[in-house]
Design a protein around this ligand. Structure first.
Ligand SMILES: Cc1cc2nc3c(=O)[nH]c(=O)nc-3n(C[C@H](O)[C@H](O)[C@H](O)COP(=O)(O)OP(=O)(O)OC[C@H]3O[C@@H](n4cnc5c(N)ncnc54)[C@H](O)[C@@H]3O)c2cc1C
Length: 512
């Protein structure tokens, strides 16, 4: 019965009660409508944007969506902050900071500080401090969600159709949520590499980064497989705590994704700290040796045996796409995760976008956040903004730190640029000498035709903070000459950047 018919039944002459009863009867006879998987009017959605995953990609995107006026829900199956906050960037940096502090105290004598006894690390206290930082930051995200009116739903999300997810809580309770748009930000998880003879698991003294950031003891010896950022950072931490560390890297240098000069220098400096760095090498197989492992490290046709208490698998992550019915609703997957059609970050389903580690492009927290902002801006404002990957900083937080942005020298040459390079060692600068941290250098990669800055690469003290200036130079397409003329404060470590720009254009002041 339509509304007009109902109105006719309320005829002024008839009995109102009778007419009303008839309406109720007719309404009750109408069968309940089936759920319609097709797009629904906006009012029928629980949210304009539903973000799946509250890592640095998802939580930042949720806040920006709310700031843009979208009704926003963020679903998270574990902890707010994702990998980065709970088992990645933050806990590892807290551990590094403790070790660095210990080293400072150990070497304080050189600064005139009198020490009555040999400083040591209380590992349990160090890990407590790390945990406190993680939980405080996690609480901070919760507060930001409240402030921005974002509903935080705890549970595992899987798709029913392109506008509906079912969220299963840890207690098994299920809730259906309807969203106009979805953002996939499920991130990535560790994988246990298969090495002949290896039985994975903490109980077998085989760790991934998840076990390393929650370590319960300091091993006597450790083999770290993979000389990338994660492997080098944990290598630095445990070496500093007294573990005998061996890093095994398949490529000719550590941190092979960065300019080759940085990898060479890091290898040299970590070796000086006591880490055994084995490049061009692979872990062929292992055998159980008591509670530890005998490792067979292969380099060319030579095999070396090293016995260790713990093996840390520092390579490989897997996109979190399982059991979500993604392909059923039309999302396409590739080898490394969810496929996006282009830099607008839209998937093959038009109301669903994807960002961060789960798209398998650049697995860094700040990239996930930047992608999140682009994706929700496109969804909320109906724009086609594209992600700009030209100036993405890449950092390794060992001591010394490593930081890089733009093209490496090899990449610039491969792209056909007529390359000019400038370099400056920290050693000669007063500030580096004053703080007792003189290792490392700044390397600038530019091109000759317009003098454009193509890349900035550094290893040394506090370079992960200084790289912001390099990011601006690359993004703004600055020239080498302009950067060389830019005034840098004295005395600072950043003077090494100015000197490297000056070197690139041929007039370094402090070069002997
Ligand atoms: C040891 C280590 C150190 C690192 N250090 C750095 C660093 O210094 N700097 C840096 O930039 N990057 C670093 N990274 C990488 C960084 O952590 C990741 O790039 C970043 O966390 C990716 O963010 P994301 O939001 O895409 O995913 P994640 O942070 O992985 O978050 C995804 C979230 O989604 C949730 N989720 C997954 N599936 C579902 C589902 N179906 N339903 C509900 N929730 C779901 C997960 O529980 C998780 O919380 C490090 C990584 C590791 C492992």
């Amino acid at each position: 019965m339509d509304e007009q018919q109902a109105a006719r039944n309320f005829s002024p002459s008839g009995s109102k009660t009778k007419a009303a009863a008839a309406i109720v009867q007719e309404i009750e006879a109408i069968p309940a409508p089936e759920e319609n998987p097709e797009p629904m009017p906006s009012d029928n959605f629980d949210a304009d944007i539903v973000v799946i995953g509250a890592g640095p990609g998802g939580y930042v995107a949720a806040i920006r969506a709310a700031q843009l006026g979208a009704k926003t829900i963020c679903v998270e199956k574990e902890y707010l902050g994702g990998t980065c906050l709970n088992v990645g960037c933050i806990p590892s940096k807290a551990m590094i900071a403790s070790v660095e502090r210990l080293q400072h105290v150990k070497h304080a004598k050189a600064f005139g500080v009198k020490l009555e006894c040999e400083p040591t690390m209380d590992f349990a206290e160090m890990m407590k401090r790390k945990e406190k930082i993680v939980t405080t930051q996690r609480g901070g995200i919760g507060m930001l969600f409240k402030k921005n009116g974002i509903r935080h739903v705890e549970g595992f999300a899987s798709f029913v159709d392109k506008n509906t997810i079912e969220v299963t809580g840890k207690d098994g309770k299920k809730e259906k949520i309807r969203g106009k748009n979805f953002l996939l930000a499920m991130g990535s998880g560790v994988i246990w590499l298969q090495i002949p003879g290896l039985t994975p698991g903490r109980e077998n003294n085989v760790w991934t980064s998840d076990e390393a950031v929650t370590a319960e003891f300091v091993p006597k010896s450790m083999l770290v497989l993979g000389g990338g950022a994660v492997g080098c950072e944990f290598g630095y931490v445990f070496n500093g705590l007294g573990t005998e560390v061996t890093i095994v890297e398949m490529m000719p240098n550590l941190i092979p994704f960065m300019d080759e000069d940085l990898g060479k220098e890091l290898g040299k400096l970590l070796t000086r700290q006591g880490i055994k760095v084995k490049t061009d090498s692979g872990l062929e197989r292992v055998e159980r040796a008591g509670k530890g492992w005998k490792c067979f490290i292969k380099k060319g046709d030579q095999t070396e045996e090293v016995e260790v208490e713990v093996i840390l698998l520092g390579v490989g992550r897997k996109a979190m796409t399982d059991n979500m019915n993604l392909e059923k609703i039309g999302i396409k997957l590739h080898k490394r995760g969810v496929e996006v059609v282009d830099e607008t970050l839209k998937t093959h389903v038009d109301n669903i976008y994807a960002i961060g580690d789960v798209i398998g492009k650049i697995q860094l927290a700040h990239v996930a956040s930047a992608e999140g902002i682009v994706a929700v801006t496109n969804m909320v404002k109906g724009e086609n903004k594209k992600m700009d990957y030209k100036a993405v900083p890449n950092c390794v937080y060992t001591i010394p730190e490593v930081a890089s942005v733009g093209l490496t020298e090899a990449e610039a040459k491969a792209q056909g640029y007529d390359v000019q390079v400038g370099k400056a060692n920290f050693r000669i600068f007063g500030k580096a000498m004053a703080i007792g941290e003189q290792d490392g250098f700044v390397k600038i990669v530019g091109e000759k035709k317009y003098g454009e800055v193509l890349g900035v690469h550094m290893i040394g003290p506090h370079v992960t903070d200084m790289i912001a200036a390099g990011v601006a130079a690359v993004r703004l397409e600055s020239t080498l000459e302009f950067m060389a003329e830019t005034i840098h404060a004295h005395p600072t470590l950043a003077e090494a950047m100015m000197e490297a720009y000056e070197d690139a254009v041929g007039h370094a002041i402090h070069k002997m």
